[in-house]
Design a protein around this ligand. Structure first.
Ligand SMILES: Nc1ncnc2c1ncn2[C@@H]1O[C@H](COP(=O)(O)OP(=O)(O)OP(=O)(O)O)[C@@H](O)[C@H]1O
Ligand SMILES: [Mg+2]
Length: 381
C-alpha cells in the first residue's frame, strides 16, 4: 500500500464501524453492506425486418466492488458509462445478466437469505427527476405514507411517520403535508423524495444524480441535509453524480466508471490528489477552475466514448489515452485487489509493473489540475 493510502484507509476502517444497537445489522460491522461480484448487464439491440437481436450494449460489464457500512461511495464517469444501470442492478429493478450482489452478507431473493420484500425495505433509491418520482395526484404526506402502509403500518401511524419525516427534511408539516407535487419547488420536491425513501427505514440509499437538477444554493442545502440524515438514521450511501466537486464533498470513497467497467476505486483523497488512471486524471482536469492560472484552454479529454456495443479490445480507454501502447490493445488491465476495503487501485497497465507497458511502474502521479489539458496529461506519462 502506498503512502497516499494510509490516512484514508484508517478513515475507511472508522467508517466500517457501525454504531452499536442497530438490530438490523446481521453481518456485524466488518461485513460490507454490499458485496458486488462480476455484475453484468448487456442490453440487447434489436433491428432489421425481423426485429432480431443485432448486438448488445455492454452497459455494465463485469464490475466487482464493496460498499462498506456507514460509508458514502461516490460513483463518477461520463454520460452513458453505466452509472444508472449499475444503480438499477443494485436495486434489483432490472435483472442482471451475470454476477452477484450480497446485502450484509446475504443473497437476495433466493431460497436462503433476504426475501425481495425485506431487501426492498433495506435499500431505497432517490432519482434525479424529483417531479416524475412523485405521484402528481397524491398530497406529499400520502406519498410518503404509501410505502409504510404497503408494508403493513396502519394509515394513522403511517401519516404520523410522514409528518415526522417531513420535519426531519426541513419541511413544516403544517405548511407542506397537504400540498401536491406541482405546488413545491424542485428542492422541496427532492426533500419529499428523500423523506419518502427514508420512510421504510432503509439501511442503504442510492442517490442517482439526486441533487443535479437543483440550483447551487439548494443543492448545498440538500447535500448538508443528506449528511445529517446519514448520521441520524445510520445510513450508507451510494452517491452517483457527474459533478466531481459534489462527489468530493460528500464521498468517503470514489468509484470511477468508463464504458461499463470500473477503471479506478479508492479513498476520496487518494483519488482526487493522486489519481492513478489516465481517465480519472482527464476527468479531474476537466473541472472548471476559478483560478485564472489554472484555466484549461484545451479539453483534457476529447471525442466521444467508444461505442458500448463494440468496445475497443484490451483497455477500453486506449482510443483516447495519451499513454496507449500495443499492450493496451492486446490485454485488458485488471483491478488487482479492488475488493479489499480502503485500497486505491486502477485498471491500467502502467500501474502494473509486470504488464509490459514501457511506463509500467514509472509514471509519475499528477497532483491537482494540469495547466494545459491534454499536453499536461501526456506529460505525466
Ligand atoms: N433499456 C436500455 N436498453 C438499451 N440500452 C440501454 C438501456 N438503458 C441504458 N442503455 C444504454 O446503456 C448505457 C449506459 O446507460 P446509463 O443510463 O447507465 O448511463 P449513465 O452513466 O447513467 O449516463 P448519464 O450520466 O447520462 O445518466 C448507455 O449506452 C445507454 O444507452
Ligand atoms: Mg444516469
Amino acid at each position: 500500500m502506498s503512502s497516499t493510502e494510509t490516512p484514508s484507509a484508517s478513515r475507511a476502517a472508522q467508517l466500517s464501524s457501525v454504531p452499536e444497537g442497530d438490530a438490523r445489522d446481521r453481518g456485524g460491522p466488518a461485513q460490507p453492506m454490499l458485496i458486488v461480484t462480476d455484475l453484468k448487464k448487456h442490453f440487447p439491440i434489436k433491428g432489421g425486418m425481423l426485429n432480431r437481436t443485432q448486438g448488445h450494449v455492454r452497459a455494465v460489464d463485469g464490475v466487482s466492488f464493496n460498499v462498506l457500512k456507514g460509508e458514502t461511495l461516490g460513483v463518477v464517469g461520463e454520460s452513458g458509462c453505466g452509472k444508472s444501470t449499475l444503480a438499477r442492478l443494485l436495486m434489483h429493478l432490472i435483472p442482471h445478466d451475470g454476477g452477484e450482489v450480497l446485502f450484509d452478507g446475504e443473497a437476495i431473493g433466493g431460497v436462503r437469505g433476504l426475501t425481495m420484500k425485506e431487501f426492498r425495505r433495506a435499500m431505497q433509491m432517490v432519482f434525479q427527476d424529483s417531479y416524475s418520482s412523485l405521484n402528481p395526484r397524491l398530497p406529499v404526506e400520502e406519498s410518503i405514507a404509501y410505502g409504510p402502509r404497503v408494508h403493513g403500518m396502519s394509515g394513522e401511524k403511517a401519516k404520523e411517520l410522514a409528518r415526522e419525516l417531513l420535519t426531519k427534511v426541513g419541511l413544516k408539516p403544517g405548511l407542506f403535508a397537504q400540498r401536491y407535487p406541482h405546488e413545491l419547488s424542485g428542492g422541496q420536491k427532492q426533500r419529499v423524495n428523500i423523506a419518502r425513501a427514508l420512510a421504510l427505514e432503509p439501511r442503504l440509499l442510492i442517490l442517482d444524480e439526486a441533487v443535479s437538477a437543483l440550483d447551487k444554493s439548494v443543492e448545498a442545502q440538500v447535500l448538508n441535509l443528506l449528511r445529517q440524515l446519514k448520521r441520524h438514521f445510520n445510513l450508507t450511501y451510494v452517491f452517483i453524480s457527474h459533478d466531481l466537486d459534489v462527489v468530493q464533498y460528500i464521498s468517503d470513497r470514489v468509484l470511477v466508471m468508463y464504458l461499463g467497467e470500473i477503471v479506478e476505486i479508492g479513498p476520496v483523497d487518494a483519488i482526487y490528489d493522486h489519481p492513478k488512471h489516465p481517465y480519472t486524471r482527464a476527468l479531474l482536469a476537466s473541472r472548471l477552475s476559478f483560478d485564472p492560472a489554472e484555466r484549461v484552454h484545451e479539453a483534457p479529454i476529447t471525442g466521444d466514448p467508444p461505442n458500448p456495443i463494440n468496445p475497443p479490445s484490451g483497455c477500453r480507454f486506449r482510443t483516447r489515452c495519451p499513454m496507449a501502447e500495443s499492450i493496451c490493445a492486446e490485454a485488458s488491465p485488471r483491478l488487482h485487489g479492488a475488493v479489499a476495503a480502503g485500497m486505491h487501485v486502477a485498471a491500467c497497465h502502467v500501474q502494473n509493473p509486470g504488464s509490459g507497458h514501457s511506463l509500467a511502474g514509472k509514471a509519475p502521479v499528477l497532483v491537482g489540475k494540469p495547466k494545459a489539458g491534454a499536453a499536461a496529461l501526456a506529460a505525466t506519462a
